[in-house]
Design a protein around this ligand. Structure first.
Ligand SMILES: Nc1nc2c([nH]c(=O)n2[C@H]2C[C@H](O)[C@@H](COP(=O)(O)OP(=O)(O)OP(=O)(O)O)O2)c(=O)[nH]1
Ligand SMILES: [Mg+2]
Length: 131
């Protein structure tokens, strides 16, 4: 049985818009847009993982993350369990440190960006105004 990879991803909100990041070319799901985050390391909580990943990928510190949705998805090459957290930037200005591109978008604009299939339930929830 394939191991499940735990991932923490940030639904970062500012005045109704959300921060989305484009994955670099050549990585798993390269070129697609996502909610920034990454894999949990041993000894970390998911919240600690999210704080570390957003520092590494965006150069920002976030306030306390609030659980939003958990999505398990089986890709042909791996199974991921995505833990989405809602959060706000507490310090710093987001820059694309470890991603190809960043955008702040309203939920209705997300249809114009290609996200991984695992993200569809989260996008649908945001478009339905769920917080
Ligand atoms: N961060 C993030 N990952 C997602 C999303 N949707 C989705 O299917 N994934 C998948 C892609 C990857 O297989 C996995 C997350 O891994 P990652 O590549 O971000 O991991 P990481 O930042 O720790 O990167 P690395 O050190 O392994 O290179 O989850 C999403 O919205 N955000
Ligand atoms: Mg990542």
């Amino acid at each position: 049985m394939m191991k499940v990879i735990e991932v923490a991803a940030g639904i970062i909100v500012l005045e109704g818009r959300y921060l989305i990041a484009r994955r670099k070319a050549g990585v798993h799901l390269g070129g697609l847009w996502e909610f920034p985050g990454g894999k949990r390391e041993p000894g970390e909580t998911l919240e600690e993982c999210l704080q570390r990943e957003l520092w590494e990928e965006l150069n920002v510190r976030i306030g306390h993350p609030t659980p939003f949705q958990i999505v398990r998805h089986e890709y042909p090459e791996k199974i991921v369990e995505l833990h989405f957290f809602r959060c706000r930037i507490e310090a710093g200005v987001a820059i694309a440190l470890d991603c190809a591109e960043l955008r702040w978008v309203y939920p209705h604009e997300m249809a114009a960006f290609e996200f991984p299939p695992a993200d569809q339930p989260v996008i649908a929830a945001l478009q339905q105004g769920k917080v």
